[in-house]
Design a protein around this ligand. Structure first.
Ligand code: ZN
Length: 362
């Protein structure tokens, strides 16, 4: 079978389309024929350097994918063969206190498909059967599969951050940075679906228009209005937001605190803007604000996000869809930051001529 195999760390040249042996499933695993996979920032970060402990080369990336089960490692799992499934990338033992508490990423046996074990940038991938959610989508419906493949990481992370850790409820005002990122776009849709007033932050007039079109109530263009905290105060009549979903970290965290009302919350779900920061501590204790860690997302967060997507509660914003052979171009688009929503690559069984759904918005 063919797979995009990463053999070193660096530019796009370290990932090559290679003929490799088909995976053989363990007794608790099924083999999935990949129909579509969505790119995540970690795919590119890990191509540059091994940012996650336990990741090594040769490696097949791809955390987010949908596919069709073609075989299994045990006759007891044969019922899954033929099903179209979405794969949860978090693999854990399923038995320890953290797994039983629905916090699988704290498990000592925790692995991530597409990070610390091989993922979906391939024709076939072997995954634990318990990681598969059967979905009601035809194996030839490339447009729907492209959307579906983009649900797990962005959907479950936004679900956990906003609703799990953040306890966002209808009527509250939430600030979400990076409405054009796959994560931010999913967060905006999930917050809207739950009745929140959404203020989102973007960079550039074009992304502002896209964010408004996606339903956000207020959009602040940080290139035109660098003091976004003051803008939030103006929008909220001086009160501040109930919740800021900070999935970027770094300097943003201190600003996020100041953008919340007294007693407000900040959920920290990521550190793409920096691992360290400095806080003005009175901003935290005097108004009684809280900073909450995102923590492990659970199978329930994943299941909720998938179910909400399936029943149309929220939509996934797709930037573009690429053929399997053009992975390097798709990754270049992700690295350019000139995109809005999720970037998806179709599995090799879709020929390039099926790409008429692709809108490579310039
Ligand atoms: Zn465990």
């Amino acid at each position: 079978m063919r797979a995009w195999v990463q053999t070193g760390f660096g530019g796009p040249e370290v990932r090559r389309l290679t003929e490799v042996a088909a995976p053989s499933p363990a007794s608790d695993e099924v083999v999935v024929r990949v129909l579509a996979f969505a790119l995540n920032r970690l795919d590119v970060l890990q191509r540059h350097e091994p940012v996650v402990p336990g990741m090594s080369v040769p490696h097949v990336a791809g955390m987010d994918f949908a596919g069709q089960v073609v075989s299994s490692g045990d006759p007891g799992l044969d019922g899954l063969v033929g099903s179209v499934v979405l794969v949860d990338p978090v693999v854990s033992c399923g038995e320890c206190e953290y797994c039983l508490a629905e916090t699988p990423t704290y498990c000592s046996a925790f692995q991530t498909i597409g990070s610390t074990r091989d993922g979906g940038m391939a024709e076939l991938v072997s995954v634990p059967a318990r990681n598969c959610t059967v979905v009601d989508v035809a194996a030839h419906d490339s447009a729907r599969l492209a959307e579906l493949a983009a649900v797990p990481v962005a959907g479950a992370t936004a679900w956990r951050g906003l609703l799990g850790a953040g306890k966002l409820v209808a009527g509250e005002t939430v600030v979400i940075p990076g409405a054009g990122s796959g994560l931010g776009a999913a967060g905006v849709q999930i917050a809207l679906a739950h009745g929140a007033t959404v203020i989102t932050l973007v960079s550039g007039e074009q992304k502002k228009e896209r964010a408004l079109a996606s339903g956000a109530h207020h959009v602040i263009d940080r290139t035109a209005r660098p003091d976004w905290v003051a803008e939030v105060m103006t929008i909220t009549g001086g009160r501040g937001a109930d919740l800021v979903w900070d999935h970027v970290g770094g300097r943003f965290l201190g600003q996020a605190l100041r953008a919340t009302r007294p007693g407000g919350r900040v959920v920290l779900s990521g550190t793409t803007d920096g691992l360290d920061t400095q806080l003005h501590l009175p901003d935290l204790y005097q108004p009684g604000r809280s900073i909450l860690g995102h923590g492990s997302y659970s199978r329930a967060d994943m299941a909720s996000a998938v179910a909400a997507f399936a029943d149309g509660t929220f939509e996934i914003v797709i930037d573009s869809v690429w053929p399997f052979e053009q992975l390097a171009e798709a990754e270049a688009r992700l690295e350019s930051n000139d995109f809005f929503g999720k970037i998806v690559v179709l599995g090799p069984s879709f020929s390039t001529t099926t790409l008429d759904l692709s809108e490579h918005a310039a």
